[in-house]
Design a binder for this molecule. Structure first.
Ligand SMILES: NC(=O)c1ccc[n+]([C@@H]2O[C@H](COP(=O)([O-])OP(=O)(O)OC[C@H]3O[C@@H](n4cnc5c(N)ncnc54)[C@H](OP(=O)(O)O)[C@@H]3O)[C@@H](O)[C@H]2O)c1
Length: 329
């Protein structure tokens, strides 16, 4: 048998249920992974609550995991039985499935891991690290010397963006929700930390940039930071909106982008920046290289057993986590 955290209906953390399932067999193009750790991501909360509808229920949650290949179906060439791998569950419309002892993963999604990267690190860095990578190398490619604004800078994705941006030579302004988170962000590449709620973000950004503003804001907080993000941009700056942790952004009249300085907004998603195996592996190789050499570290700050997945969800939606969180298996 194989344990899995499934939802049979949408709702709060209480709908997470530990079920015993038969170990699945890989079909053509699939690999069976014996997970060692599963990453917890904000998207899991959206899927659980029904804000991001899933194609069917019941379903095993979890978009990211790491473990060992236990079996492969016909045609899988990306990894062999016994290899250590991590993965992000497939693109738009794909079902999740990593909160489990076993997961069937599309062979094209497998990323082989070097010995230097342990299972928990891999489970916390694959979805979040690929996201940080596409944001600062793809959605708005940062150039050395630029000053950037990163919201929720002490979060799972946030801490990785800050560190990668430093590797690229950027100056990083990060926002966080508390003093404790401010210290952590500073220790991971944030040159200036603003505590939103206490300070006016746009005013601080303008003061730190000689009144000009930043060329890019990476914003996954959404509703609560949208206005501050626009107000922090310089002329022709880019708001990269990639999440809505505080709630969806209300309807917005795009004409307003003109008087504010011909601003740009993009709503970005990882699946659109890992569309082919080649693009996925290009990002993954660079990410793995940065982690394996110690250029960036992946702080795994919360660990939960599989049966405590609901506690992990409560902590993440209660803003009680920093860095990455994993389920250990
Ligand atoms: N589009 C993509 O490709 C993509 C991929 C991965 C993740 N994401 C998005 O990136 C964001 C970060 O994901 P993550 O898994 O690394 O989570 P996380 O950043 O570790 O956690 C979310 C953080 O958002 C902040 N926040 C502000 N208002 C909040 C509220 N009302 N409720 C809860 N949190 C709030 C909190 O930090 P403070 O207390 O410091 O404010 C919280 O710790 C999420 O919005 C996620 O959906 C998008």
């Amino acid at each position: 048998m194989s344990r899995a955290i499934r939802i049979h209906e949408n709702g709060g953390p209480e709908v997470l249920r530990l079920d015993d399932l038969t170990v699945p067999e890989p079909g053509p193009g699939q690999a069976l992974i014996r997970n060692k750790a599963a990453g917890i991501n904000f998207i899991d909360l959206h899927q659980r609550a029904g804000r991001y509808p899933l194609p069917r229920l019941p379903v095993t949650l979890g978009m990211e995991g790491a473990g060992v290949v236990e079996a492969v179906g016909r045609g899988v060439t990306t990894a062999s039985v016994g290899d250590r791998v991590s993965y992000v569950m497939g693109g738009h419309g794909a079902v999740p499935g990593s909160y489990a002892d076993h997961t069937l993963v599309d062979g094209e999604a497998l990323i082989r891991l070097p010995d230097e990267i342990d299972d928990e690190t891999a489970a916390a860095m694959t979805l979040k690290g690929l996201t940080a990578h596409y944001l600062i190398r793809g959605a708005y490619p940062i150039e050395a010397g630029e000053t950037i604004l990163v919201h929720a800078a002490a979060g799972g994705v946030g801490l990785l963006i800050c560190q990668m941006a430093k590797v690229l030579g950027a100056r990083v302004i990060g926002t966080v929700g508390s003093e404790e988170k401010a210290d952590l962000a500073s220790a991971h590449g944030c040159d200036h930390v603003v505590i939103y709620g206490k300070e006016d973000v746009a005013q601080r950004v303008k003061a730190l940039t000689g009144g000009e503003g930043v060329p890019v804001v990476y914003d996954a907080v959404g509703k609560d930071t949208f206005e501050a993000s626009l107000a922090s941009l310089k002329v022709r700056g880019v708001l990269v909106s990639y999440g809505t942790a505080s709630g969806p952004i209300p309807p917005f009249n795009i004409f307003e982008l003109n008087p504010r300085g011909s601003l740009y907004i993009t709503s970005a998603g990882l699946a659109w920046y890992t569309r082919s195996r080649a693009e996925l592996m290009e990002r993954a190789s660079e990410l793995i290289g940065m982690v394996a050499t110690g250029d960036i570290i992946v702080p795994v700050r919360q660990r939960f057993s599989l049966e405590d997945a609901a506690d992990a969800h409560r902590a993440l939606e209660g803003r009680a986590t920093v860095g990455g969180s994993v389920l250990t298996l």
